[in-house]
Design a protein around this ligand. Structure first.
Ligand code: MN
Length: 714
């Protein structure tokens, strides 16, 4: 259709024609003609106005409408998009729009105009106020936000014409405010484009360099990619699946973010290929997953089931990372057609595919609930800054869902560890937790939980919070309880350790601790500058006084009996001492090792292996070492470090990881070096004792490619 009789540039006419052609694909003729009226009305209202680029102003509302048309939004939204700037720029009244195009369209235009008046400030306080307005508008009709996002997207696409300073301001605002909102609403393609455009104007040089490098690298990798793609297709076909497989181009900003956040080089990021598999239904997703896992080995711990537990914005898919050919990681996403639609268009898929599908209704309900809860926060918080804090948390959906052994679902913040989980279940569980089983496997307490994990905390009556936990817990509840416990218990613990140290020392002087009188204790405490016997013992635990010296004071000063650090009277390590006993990071002693202890000032007792090269260097004279033995009933896990040389072949790391898991151990840390025929892998593992370690190493030796395994000490 032509906008007849009106002066305009041919370009805008073509755009209008294109738009209406596209819209006639899903809108009724009556709607189309109403939209044509809106177009003509807007065009005449804006006539004589031009954009900074020199184009007639009408090109902007047209572009905004066509972005929304691609999401198949309803005709009211499109009419409002065409008219979105007339109230503000041309003094057309709301009443006039209402009269011509109906009340709903007028409300939408009014909503967008109000948002337009908001000049986002850099001050956090002003920003919060703006958010508040935006949300109020949004809660009334989410379509206002959709128009605003399309408006922002087109402005970002045409940002070049502005001054650099203004460009940066708008780009930052887009990155911080509009992109997160698009993400929260599940409008993925808009979200990603907003991010990339913001990145481009915030860091023009980095953007340019990265674009160029990406282009060059993609050309070089084409062959590998094609081979993987055809292998995947064949395997899915063999599995009897009708699947659409495509290589996923990584978004530029996500490449950049990965490089910055994970300290990766450009080629390391680009060496990760992304693939997407789209199948017809949910069962087919899991069949496809199985087929791909049999083609390439999955990397342990990288599988995520967002089908069983969808993300807060409604996103569903299976994610897995595989060891591809030449050891390159492949990230695959598996989803149904329906899920794909939601993944791309989020809340807009409600309009895009008007179906009675439960997923979509679900999504709509969820979004509505989210808005409701935000509004509650909004009316509760009088302080704008406080509100912004709430909002930030909410805009970046960061919760995970995990299961208790009873099958109850717990919601925790992202990055939560097993310790956070324990405290979330109950304070007592937190205070007494000593180990954890995640999905049936032993894991370190510091393990970050993922959605869908089944978590079982193992408690022991004597277990106590460890100060180290404070370095990795993320929930306020865990943090405050650990702090509280340590405040009261640290002192008790140190006193107990001090007593054990002293008893050992006394034994080597052939003195019975019970034989020391209260008066003797009091004098001794006084002489040592302590207020009480307990304080003196705690000071010993902290290493402020050497137990041997204290013990000597209790015996006749004339009788010089050398201290024996032998097996008799050695201190027994229970493994539950918390901060009072530390295991040296140089040699990683584990139960079964011959060990020695050393009192370090203000640190308590540090345990080393007897052959640790470090302790010999630092602590010299073995006379200062304390005899230490392991309690035979230790149940906790210990870190140990091993080094392995293996032939550099595809899948080695996966086989190694599988063997380690099979032996019931956990990998705490792994680093791989060397790119030639042989690779050296350094692992930090969790084992319960020497025989457990031996069992792990036996398993590893069975792997054909493994040439050499050694335990690392010092
Ligand atoms: Mn606009």
């Amino acid at each position: 259709m032509r906008a007849q009789g009106l002066p305009d540039s041919p370009a805008a006419l073509d755009e209008a024609e294109l738009l209406f052609n596209e819209l006639s694909g899903y809108l009724k003729p009556a709607d189309i003609s109403q939209l044509q009226n809106a177009y003509l009305f807007s065009q005449s209202a804006h006539s004589g106005q031009f954009r900074k680029s020199g184009e007639p102003y009408i090109s902007h509302p047209l572009a905004v409408a066509s972005i929304l048309g691609r999401l198949h939004l309803d005709s009211q939204t499109l009419a409002a998009a065409l008219l979105h700037d007339v109230m503000e720029d041309t003094h057309v009244s709301k009443a006039e729009i209402s009269e011509r195009f109906g009340k709903s369209v007028a409300e939408l235009v009014d909503g967008v105009s109000k948002l337009d008046k908001i000049e986002f400030q850099t001050q956090a306080d002003a920003q919060a106020e703006n958010f508040r307005k935006m949300l109020l508008a949004m809660s009334q009709d989410v379509r206002v936000i959709l128009i605003k996002l399309a408006d922002r997207l087109h402005n970002m696409r045409t940002l070049e014409v502005l001054q650099p300073e203004k460009r940066r301001r708008i780009a930052r605002e887009t990155m911080e405010i509009y992109a997160p909102i698009a993400h929260r609403l599940g409008l993925n393609s808009i979200y990603q484009e907003l991010q990339d455009l913001s990145f481009r104007h915030l860091f023009p040089t980095r953007y340019r360099v990265l674009t160029k490098a990406t282009k060059a690298a993609r050309g070089n990798r084409r062959e590998v990619l094609d081979k993987i793609l055809s292998d995947i297709r064949q395997r899915l076909l063999d599995a009897g699946l009708d699947a659409k497989v495509s290589g996923r181009e990584k978004q530029l900003y996500s490449i950049y973010k990965k490089m910055v956040e994970k300290h990766l080089t450009f080629s390391e990021v680009l060496d990760i290929y992304g693939f997407r598999v789209i199948v017809k239904d949910v069962p087919a997703c899991y069949v496809a997953l199985g087929a791909l896992h049999s083609l390439y080995k999955p990397i342990p711990g990288k599988f995520k089931d967002y089908i069983a537990i969808p993300k807060a914005n409604g996103y569903q898919s299976l994610h897995s990372t595989l060891f591809g050919p030449y050891g390159t990681p492949l990230e695959v996403q598996i989803r149904t057609v329906e899920m794909h639609r939601i993944a791309e268009a989020g809340v807009a898929s409600h309009w895009l595919y008007k179906s009675v599908d439960n997923n979509l209704n679900d999504l709509h309900t969820k979004t509505h609930q989210w808005l409701q809860s935000l509004l509650e926060t909004l009316s509760d918080s009088t302080d704008s800054l406080e509100f912004l804090e709430h909002l930030k948390v909410d805009l970046f959906p960061s919760e995970i869902y995990v299961f208790t052994p009873q099958g109850k679902i717990l919601e925790l913040p992202k990055e939560s560890t097993a310790v956070d989980f324990a405290y979330a279940v109950h304070t007592d569980i937190g205070d007494r937790c000593m180990a954890v089983k995640i999905n049936g496997e032993n894991a370190p307490l510091r393990t970050k939980l993922r959605s869908g994990d089944h978590v079982e905390i193992i408690t022991a009556p004597h277990a106590k919070p460890n100060p180290v936990w404070l370095t990795y817990v993320v929930t306020g509840k865990a943090r405050s309880h650990i702090r509280h416990f340590l405040k009261t218990m640290q002192y008790e613990e140190l006193a107990k350790l001090g007593e054990r140290l002293l008893n050992q020392a006394l034994l080597s002087f052939k003195l019975d601790p019970a034989a020391i009188s209260a008066a003797q204790w009091q004098k001794l405490a006084q002489d040592s500058g302590a207020k009480s016997k307990k304080e003196l013992l705690a000071d010993m635990g902290l290493g402020k006084h050497l137990p041997a010296v204290v013990a000597k004071r209790l015996t006749s000063p004339h009788e010089s009996v050398p201290r024996s650090g032998g097996e008799n009277g050695a201190i027994t390590i229970l493994g539950t001492e918390g901060m009072a006993v530390k295991f040296a990071k140089c040699c990683h002693p584990i139960p079964g090792d011959l060990v020695v202890g050393f009192i370090k000032k203000d640190q308590g007792l540090v345990i080393h292996t007897r052959d640790c090269p470090v302790i010999a260097k630092i602590h010299g004279n073995p006379d200062n070492w304390l005899g230490v033995t392991w309690d035979k009933d230790i149940t906790r896990l210990f870190e140990v470090s091993i080094k392995m040389v293996a032939a550099n072949q595809r899948g080695v790391l996966a086989r190694v990881a599988a063997e380690i898991a099979k032996a019931g151990s956990n990998i705490d840390n792994v680093s791989v070096e060397g790119e030639g025929t042989y690779t050296t892998m350094n692992f930090t593992l969790q084992v319960s004792n020497r025989s457990h370690l031996a069992q792990v190493m036996r398993g590893l030796r069975r792997i054909r490619e493994v040439v050499k395994i050694t335990r690392v000490k010092g």
